[in-house]
Design a binder for this molecule. Structure first.
Ligand code: NAD
Ligand code: LMR
Length: 324
C-alpha cells in the first residue's frame, strides 16, 4: 500500500469543494491504489456544514479515503500536506468583477501563505479563490515555501476555450491542442487561438472565420464566468472543481508529447512579463519541475490583448502591495 497523499482543501463547506472533495476521496483523481487523507479548512461558522460533508464522505465508504480531519486553523489544516487546494474565499455575485473581491479575499492568503510553511516538502499549492492570480501572489509572498510550488487556476478558461473551439470545428475536444491562455483569470485573459492546433493542423487552417475568433470566441471565453453566474445565480462550481483537479494532475503527470497545459505561475520575465507577477502561461513538466513553453509568437492583435492583461495584473498587484 502506497503512503497516503495528504490533500488540504480550504472552503471545504462551499460549492466548489463539494464537487471536488468526493472525487479526491473516491480515487478518481489519484487512482484506485493511492490512499488519500483529506484535511479541511473552514471558517468557524461553516464548521457545522463541514461536519455534514464529512458524514457524507463516511457514508460513501471510499476504500481510498484513509483519513480526514477538519479545522478552522490554517496551521492545523496544512500540517504535513502534499497538496493544498486554496478555494475558501468569497465568490462574486451578478454585476461584480472578480477584481472587486481583491480587498475582501486578498487578506485570507496572507495567513494561509504563512501556515503553508507547515506543509510537506513536496507541497504543491493551487489557488482557486478569486482573484486567483493575485491571491496566489499574496500567498507565495507570505510563505517560505519555494515559489515554484504555487500556481493559480486558469484551467477553467482553458477547458471552456477548448470546448468552444471543438464545437466550432465540429471535432472532439481531444482534437484541440496547443491552446494557451495568457495572463489573468479575468475578463482580460487572452485565450490564444493563434498558436492552437486542431487535429495537429494550425487552427487557422480549420477555423477560417477570423471575425468569430476575435469577436465571439475571445469575449465568450473571457466572460463565461459572468454568464454562468447570471444564469445560475451563483458562480460555476462543478466545472471549477473539475478544472482544479485537472490542474492538480497536470503538475503530477507527464505532459502529453508536443502539447502543454495552462496555469498561472511566477513569471521570471518570460514573454516580457514583469518578473514576480503570477501570469498564465503554457507550461510543460520536465520530471517533476514545470517550465514555461518558450518561443510562441503572437500577431500585433494578440500582443495587444496580452499587454492589456499584463497591465491588469500590474494594477492588481498595486492594489494589494501592503499584503505582499
Ligand atoms: P462558496 O461561497 O460556495 O464557498 C466558499 C467557502 O469558503 C465557504 O464555505 C466559506 O465559508 C469558505 N471560506 C471563506 N473564507 C475562508 C477562509 N478564510 N478560510 C477557509 N474557508 C473560507 O464559493 P465557491 O463557489 O466554492 O467559490 C470559492 C472561490 O472560488 C470564489 O472566490 C470563486 O470566485 C472562486 N472560483 C474560482 C474559479 C477559477 O477559475 N479560478 C472558478 C470558480 C470559482
Ligand atoms: C468562473 O470563471 O466561473 C469563476 O471565476 C467564477 C466567477 O466569478 O466568474
Amino acid at each position: 500500500m502506497a503512503e497516503p497523499i495528504r490533500v488540504a482543501v480550504t472552503g471545504a463547506a462551499g460549492q466548489i469543494a463539494y464537487s471536488a472533495i468526493f472525487r479526491l476521496a473516491s480515487g478518481a483523481v489519484f487512482g484506485p491504489d493511492q490512499p488519500v487523507h483529506l484535511s479541511f479548512l473552514e471558517i468557524t461558522p461553516a464548521m457545522k456544514v463541514l461536519e455534514a460533508v464529512m458524514m457524507e464522505l463516511d457514508d460513501c465508504a471510499f476504500p481510498t479515503l484513509v483519513g480526514m480531519d477538519a479545522s478552522d486553523q490554517a496551521d492545523q489544516a496544512f500540517d504535513g500536506v502534499n497538496a493544498a487546494l486554496l478555494i475558501g474565499s468569497r465568490p462574486r455575485g451578478p454585476g461584480m468583477e472578480r477584481a472587486d473581491l481583491i480587498r475582501v479575499n486578498g487578506p485570507i492568503f496572507v495567513g494561509q501563505g504563512k501556515a503553508l510553511n507547515r506543509a510537506a516538502a513536496d507541497l504543491r499549492v493551487v489557488v482557486v479563490g478569486n482573484p486567483c492570480n493575485t491571491n496566489c501572489l499574496i500567498a507565495m509572498r507570505n510563505s517560505d515555501v519555494p515559489k515554484d510550488r504555487f500556481s493559480a487556476m486558469m484551467r477553467l478558461d482553458y477547458n471552456r476555450a477548448k470546448t468552444m473551439l471543438a464545437k466550432k470545428a465540429n471535432v472532439p475536444v481531444t482534437a484541440v491542442t496547443n491552446l494557451a491562455v495568457w495572463g489573468n483569470h479575468s475578463n482580460n485573459q487572452y485565450p490564444d487561438f493563434e498558436n492552437a492546433r486542431i487535429q495537429g493542423r494550425p487552427l487557422s487552417e480549420v477555423i477560417t472565420d477570423e471575425d468569430w475568433l476575435k469577436n465571439t470566441f475571445v469575449p465568450d471565453v473571457q466572460t463565461r464566468g459572468a454568464v454562468v453566474i447570471k444564469a445560475r445565480g451563483s458562480s460555476s462550481a462543478a466545472s471549477g472543481a473539475i478544472a482544479a483537479l485537472d490542474h492538480l494532475l497536470s503538475f503530477r503527470q507527464p505532459t502529453p508529447a508536443g502539447d502543454w497545459f495552462v496555469a498561472a505561475v511566477l513569471s521570471e520575465g518570460q514573454y516580457g512579463v514583469d518578473p514576480g507577477l503570477v501570469f498564465g502561461y503554457p507550461l510543460r513538466l520536465k520530471g517533476d519541475q514545470w517550465e514555461v513553453v518558450e518561443g510562441l509568437t503572437l500577431s500585433d492583435w494578440g500582443r495587444a490583448k496580452f499587454d492589456a492583461v499584463l497591465n491588469e495584473l500590474r494594477q492588481e498587484r498595486e492594489v494589494v502591495k501592503d499584503l505582499l
